[in-house]
Design a protein around this ligand. Structure first.
Ligand code: RB5
Length: 150
């Protein structure tokens, strides 16, 4: 899968480890930065281009990291077409895609270690949207909200 990834200083080491693992697993990775550990950098500078690439279909899924994952999720969800969520558990990494069509996984570089992060990423990438009528109905209501018609 073609996967985009981005982080600020809060998840820099985690991003580097995830990129190596993802490439080893055969994924094509687009790295939206940060390119180096810069303690004063700002997550919107990296998460915004990632989110736009997901919305435009330039990457199939996105992984957005900051210290807590909160800023990354808030930022990514401002881009129309993005369905981002801060995830800490295996169940939500899968169900967030199956039920809610999540296309950006957000994590905290200061709240999850590599083993948990790798499980969350693998689970996220391995899941697909269910296309169930009730899930499409709920997603339609979310899309109406985004379009300003609800
Ligand atoms: C940066 O220190 C930190 O605020 C940021 O990485 C993120 O956790 C924000 O939500």
């Amino acid at each position: 899968m073609r996967v985009g990834i981005a982080t600020d200083h809060g998840g820099f080491e985690l991003k580097q480890e995830l990129i190596a693992q993802l490439r080893s697993a055969g994924h094509e990775i687009v790295d939206f930065g940060a390119d180096s550990l810069t303690p004063d950098d700002d997550y919107p500078d990296y998460v915004t281009p990632l989110a736009r690439a997901v919305a435009a279909g330039q990457v199939e899924r996105g992984v957005a990291i900051c210290g807590s994952g909160v800023g990354a999720s808030v930022c990514a969800n401002k881009v129309p077409g993005v369905r981002a969520a801060l995830i800490h558990d295996h169940f939500s990494a899968r169900q967030g895609v199956e039920d809610d069509h999540m296309n950006v996984l957000c994590m905290g570089g200061r709240t999850v270690g590599m083993a948990v992060a790798w499980d969350l990423v693998q689970t996220f990438l391995g899941a697909g949207f269910s296309q169930a009528e009730r899930h499409l109905r709920r997603l339609g209501k979310v899309m109406s909200l985004e379009a300003g018609t609800r």
